[in-house]
Write a protein of this length. Structure first.
Lengths: 217, 235
């Protein structure tokens, strides 16, 4: 497994500090829910951990056992993030989910097999030939999760995956996360406003307060 | 008026009876413009995409220059290529002047900035979230660029079709570097110019009609491509 260590991360926007001396070590496989009010820096922290943004201070390191991992394409292919805006490609649902496997040069038969299995898991199998841009927002969110899960990441970041979708779709997304959690192969780090949701899906709940992270449970 | 009507009658006679000289001219036109378009796309598409996706010093000046070159006067391009390929020019040793190759080079110079500038525009209009999504799934910078190009495919296709329309209708550059040699470098536009000068309107009108039909087909394809792109983008 890959261990993620965030150490003394600092970040601000327009001279206003958002994260200050923010440290946490994600050293066990499990589901972590990161909570906190709007604008407290949850998403910024997640984006920094997913190497999408550089911190102003401190840093993020990844370890395999005791070995520190280089931040190269090999590592980038072991972690992934689902953003609140999924960014569906102008292609079929199948091709969207297959993309991550195609760029890893997996053979066609295996891609078809894995994608079909994943679409079944997120309840989009019946829409596999449909253009992804025609999906509803809830379905698009599920597509984003399927696209990320199919590459079997070791760390999966989910930034507010149920914030902008209806209750039914939110329930489906939660089910997908719980299934992934049961497989116990992936470290899942999710940001959410919903205390009940955090309690339902997370092994550990982290609270962001004054730009720092505190472990709640 | 009679001249025009008689001219059209003779023109349709030539077209319907597959007059060999006419078809040779049409095929050469399509070959020259098609090859120039392929060359301009090979050069212009990656350049447009890279300029659209990368940050570098002087980028805005580069984009302005590219947009300016879109409106290059064909005779100026013809003159420039002529000087390059003429016996005393830097590429004179290649002996390309007054050959179809010289015409292809001139049309490539004309089409290249159109393809590059319009491809750049198509690429920068792709939602930045697409780049981010591809990167988060483990795409290398090169794979991200390819993904963005695929997302911009309708805009890119429009750019290529627009450039084709421009080079097919162009006369100044190819007349200067091709020399309008019968059966060798004579294409539709240069033949129309020559035959009109000679007062031989039948062949000029026949080629004019064919050129219009080609233009119509190009515009129809462009319209379909743009409509498909707009429909998908508007979903």
């Amino acid at each position: 497994m890959i261990k993620l260590v965030a150490a003394q991360i600092a970040k601000g926007y327009n001279a206003k500090p958002v994260l200050q001396d923010c440290s946490f070590s994600f050293d066990e496989i499990g589901t972590y829910a990161l909570m906190g009010p709007n604008g407290c820096g949850k998403s910024t922290f997640l984006r920094i951990c997913a190497l999408l943004e550089a911190p102003a201070g401190g840093g993020v390191e990844f370890y395999s056992g005791r070995d520190r991992l280089e931040k190269n394409i090999e590592l980038m292919r072991k972690i992934t993030i689902v953003l609140p805006r999924v960014g569906a490609f102008n292609a079929s649902v199948f091709k969207n989910v297959a993309y991550g496997l195609q760029i890893r040069k997996m053979n066609h038969e295996r891609i078809a097999e894995q994608v079909d299995r994943m679409l079944e898991a997120v309840g989009l199998a019946h829409k596999k030939d449909q253009n992804a841009l025609t999906l509803s927002s809830g379905e698009t969110q599920r597509l984003g999760i399927a696209r990320a899960m199919v590459i079997e990441p070791e760390i999966l970041f989910l930034d507010e995956p149920t914030a902008s979708i209806d209750e039914e779709n939110a329930g489906i997304v939660e089910g997908i996360i719980l299934n992934l959690k049961r497989e116990a192969r992936t470290t899942i780090i999710i940001t959410t406003h919903d205390r009940d949701q955090a309690a339902r899906i997370a092994d550990r709940v982290l609270m962001m307060h004054d730009g720092r992270i505190e472990l709640q449970k | 008026m009679n001249l025009l009507i008689d001219g059209f009658k003779s023109a349709f006679f030539l077209i319907l009876h597959l007059y060999p000289e006419l078809w040779n001219i049409i095929l050469l036109s399509l070959m020259v413009s098609g090859t120039a378009l392929v060359a301009a796309t090979i050069l212009g598409l990656p350049l447009g995409a890279v300029i659209g996706l990368k940050r570098f010093r002087g980028k805005s000046i580069f984009i302005s220059a590219m947009n300016t070159f879109m409106g290059l006067p064909p005779v100026v391009v013809g003159l420039f290529v002529y000087l390059l390929l003429s016996r005393s020019g830097p590429l004179g040793f290649m002996g390309l002047l007054y050959t179809p190759s010289a015409m292809i080079i001139a049309q490539t110079v004309l089409a290249f900035p159109i393809v590059a500038a319009l491809c750049h525009s198509a690429v920068v209009h792709v939602d930045p979230i697409i780049r981010q999504a591809a990167a988060t799934l483990g795409a290398t910078p090169c794979q991200v660029t390819i993904k963005v190009i695929r997302e911009a495919r309708y805009g890119i296709l429009s750019a290529i079709i627009t450039a084709f329309g421009r080079v097919m209708a162009e006369v100044g550059a190819i007349l200067i570097v091709g020399g309008n040699i019968a059966g060798y470098t004579r294409v539709m536009t240069t033949t129309i110019a020559l035959e009109t000068d000679k007062g031989n309107f039948e062949l000029a009108l026949a080629l004019g009609v064919i050129l219009l039909v080609i233009s119509l087909v190009i515009n129809a394809i462009l319209h379909i491509v743009q409509r498909k792109g707009m429909m998908e983008a508007g979903r």
